[in-house]
Design a protein around this ligand. Structure first.
Ligand code: NAP
Ligand code: F7E
Length: 344
């Protein structure tokens, strides 16, 4: 019997991963925080009855340890126990406002998890595999393009610094204690379930609101239009996470599309889906996106600028393609945008 624990199960990735593992007949446990689950359970409503949800928090090492013991005791005949650590304060800009908390959850939280596993008997740890949700943000001010598994990290946010610590801890516990501990280095992935404060979802929802006359200003406020991101679809990326843990040995893998686009280009493509052709006037904070009828649709709000910005992300996923046979179903940015508009 295969069992899985997903931390961050109520998030974008957690919900898609849970669906995938249910299709594969896993028994699934998930960690949720009591208060936020009251308000953040929509992504799981359709599968809620098939999940074993337990209260927990990445900052609570005793709680994590108890959770893992409980799962092992409930499933004494398990063959493989896969742990997907997806829980995080995942918003880069927010991490500048709450740096210590972000570090406690995204960085030390991984130490808590690894320690809870390391102290188990060897015959148990031999059946445990751990996936850590690493990120292309770790490349920060990039030192090489495209970025691969060997590109040095150069983080430029508290979020990224915490994730680099977590990445290194996974390697240390793999090498030092022989744990099956693998890092994904995932580039941006989006979906209809993307959180509302990430730029793609903000643009998609903004375009829909304008289209349905629900936005009284008629425009969307954005920050840096010139950063470039390698955006894929979350369904493809959770499949990649699963493949990473099916590999015969623990290792680190980049999952990316190998294409990069500016925020500005995402804006243009999204508006075009609803028949609005955006052109640009002005510069800097006075730059505006205007549609064919002369209506302002995008204005710059410096509140969304970050103290440090990751300017260019472009991943090379050839290791995952070659070794894991990872392939994407969503091949283009337009496919992704279309699916995000579908809202399903
Ligand atoms: P998300 O939608 O923001 O979900 C984050 C999850 O973490 C939520 O379920 C949240 O639960 C949970 N969480 C936050 N703080 C926690 C804490 N202290 N203890 C326990 N759970 C906590 O993020 P996502 O897009 O699904 O990303 C999943 C993971 O992949 C994250 O680790 C993220 O950093 C990483 N990642 C994401 C991307 C991407 O493009 N999406 C790329 C690379 C890496 P609540 O509902 O309780 O808040
Ligand atoms: O920003 C720019 C912003 O917040 C993308 C997380 O999942 O992916 C995500 O991090 C870009 C940045 O994602 C707005 O400055 C402009 O250059 O959607 P985002 P992110 O920071 O790339 C990585 C891989 C993760 O690991 C993270 O967990 O868009 N931008 N205007 C804006 N961004 C936001 N949020 N809001 C704006 O109004």
């Amino acid at each position: 019997m295969k069992i899985a624990l997903i931390t961050g199960i109520s998030g974008q990735d957690g919900s898609y991963l849970a669906e995938l593992l249910l299709e594969k007949n896993y028994k699934i446990y998930g960690i949720v925080r009591r208060n936020s689950f009251l308000f953040n359970s929509a992504r799981l409503e359709h599968i809620r009855d098939h999940l074993n949800l337990l209260y927990g928090d990445m900052t609570d090492c005793a709680g994590l340890s108890n959770t893992i013991h409980k799962i092992i005791n409930e499933n004494s005949n398990f063959s493989i126990f896969e742990i997907y650590n997806l829980a995080a304060q995942s918003h880069v800009q927010v991490s500048f406002e709450i740096p210590k908390y972000t570090t406690e959850v995204d960085g030390l939280g991984v130490c808590n998890l690894l320690e809870a596993i390391r102290v188990l008997p060897k015959y148990t740890t031999d059946k445990i595999r751990i996936y850590q949700a690493g990120t292309s943000e770790m490349y920060g001010h990039v030192l090489e393009t495209p970025q691969t598994e060997t590109t040095p990290f150069n983080p430029c946010s508290p979020y990224a610094a915490a994730k680099v610590y977590a990445y290194n801890m996974m390697k240390i516990y793999r090498e030092g204690y022989g744990l099956f501990a693998s890092n994904g280095i995932l580039f941006n992935h989006e979906s209809p379930r993307r959180g509302a404060h990430f730029v793609t979802q903000k643009i998609i929802k903004g375009v829909l609101d304008i289209n349905y006359g629900k936005n009284k200003d008629g425009f969307i406020r954005l920050g840096n239009l010139y950063s470039k991101r390698d955006w894929g679809h979350t369904k493809d990326y959770v499949y990649g996470m699963w493949l990473i843990l099916q590999h015969d040995k623990p290792d680190d893998f980049v999952l990316a599309t190998g294409e990069t686009h500016t925020v500005k280009s995402f804006v243009e493509k999204a508006f075009l889906f609803k028949g609005l052709l955006i052109h640009w006037v002005g510069e800097g904070i006075n730059e505006k996106g205007i549609d064919q009828d002369g209506k302002t649709r995008i204005v710059i709000d410096p509140k969304y600028y970050r103290p440090c910005e990751v300017e260019l992300l472009l991943g090379n996923p050839s290791k995952a393609t070659r070794i894991l046979n990872w392939n994407r179903k969503f091949k283009t940015l337009n496919n992704l945008i279309k699916d995000m508009f579908s809202g399903k």
